[in-house]
Design a protein. Sequence first.
Length: 97
Amino acid sequence: MITVKILSLQYSERYVVRRLVAAAQQELLSKCLHLELDIAEVTDPGVIGKYAFVLILPTLVINEKVVCSGRFPTKEEVTGWLLEAAEERKMATTSLP
C-alpha cells in the first residue's frame, strides 16, 4: 500500500490535489497497474510544518517523502511519483529474505 498525504490549511487546495491523485491512480489502473492508496488529508499546522514551510499552498507526501510543495503538481508528475513509489515498495518487498 502506498501512503499519500495531502497537506494544506485550505480545503480547495487539498481538493485539487486529491483529484490529481485520483486521476493518476485511474490512469495507472487503465494500464493494468493496480495501486492501493491510503490517502489522508492533513490540516493540522503543526503536522504540516514538519513537512513544509508553506501552510496554505498544497504539499504532497508519498510514502513519507515530500514530492511537491508550494504548487500544484501535474497529473503526469503525480503518475510518475506513484509509479516510483510502487517500484520502491516492490524492490523493498522482493529484497526481504
